[in-house]
Design a protein around this ligand. Structure first.
Ligand SMILES: Cc1cc2nc3c(=O)[nH]c(=O)nc-3n(C[C@H](O)[C@H](O)[C@H](O)COP(=O)(O)O)c2cc1C
Length: 138
């Protein structure tokens, strides 16, 4: 099974989740500016909320995906206050005809004076358990 991890981060929070997932599933976590180079069964895609939306780079990455190359996306995200990026990412992917798993991982991310320690070690452990759980039950 081919697995890939891509993420977008501005301040490092989502990268922490991506790196934890990478350690758990044994593939490197790369930024969304690194294109996929082979057909992928499970693409873990990490994003965050900025001014209530995902960054344009995440939109561009999804727009650039080859529908024949990606069997399924699994969303993970961080945000200070808002819920996860799942619904936005789902909309973007559905326009492309790319399936997204209903399971997602989301946790709080540090922003200014809020959630100063997050993602913390417990968040990272949960992200790892989530990712291995996905692969064990596709
Ligand atoms: C420019 C900017 C805008 C943000 N806007 C929101 C927002 O509208 N709602 C929210 O819940 N969090 C917002 N946040 C907080 C981020 O979603 C949170 O810090 C997230 O963990 C950042 O992920 P990153 O470190 O991977 O970039 C914002 C953060 C930044 C830097």
């Amino acid at each position: 099974m081919n697995i890939a991890i891509r993420y977008y981060t501005k301040t490092g929070n989502t990268k922490k989740l991506a790196d934890a997932i990478a350690e758990a599933v044994g593939v490197p976590a790369e930024s969304v500016d690194v294109p996929l180079e082979e057909p992928i069964d499970v693409l873990f895609l990490g994003s965050s909320v900025y001014a209530a939306g995902v960054d344009g780079e995440v939109k561009d990455f999804i727009a650039s995906l080859d529908v024949e190359m990606v069997k399924k996306v699994v969303n993970f995200s961080t945000a200070a206050l808002l819920p996860s990026t799942f619904s936005q990412v789902t909309k973007l992917l559905s326009r492309r005809g790319i399936p997204i798993d209903e399971r997602e991982f989301h946790c709080r991310g540090k922003f200014k004076f809020m959630h100063s320690s997050h993602p913390d070690q417990e968040d990272l452990n949960k992200a790892q358990t989530f990712a291995t759980g996905i692969l064990n039950k596709l």
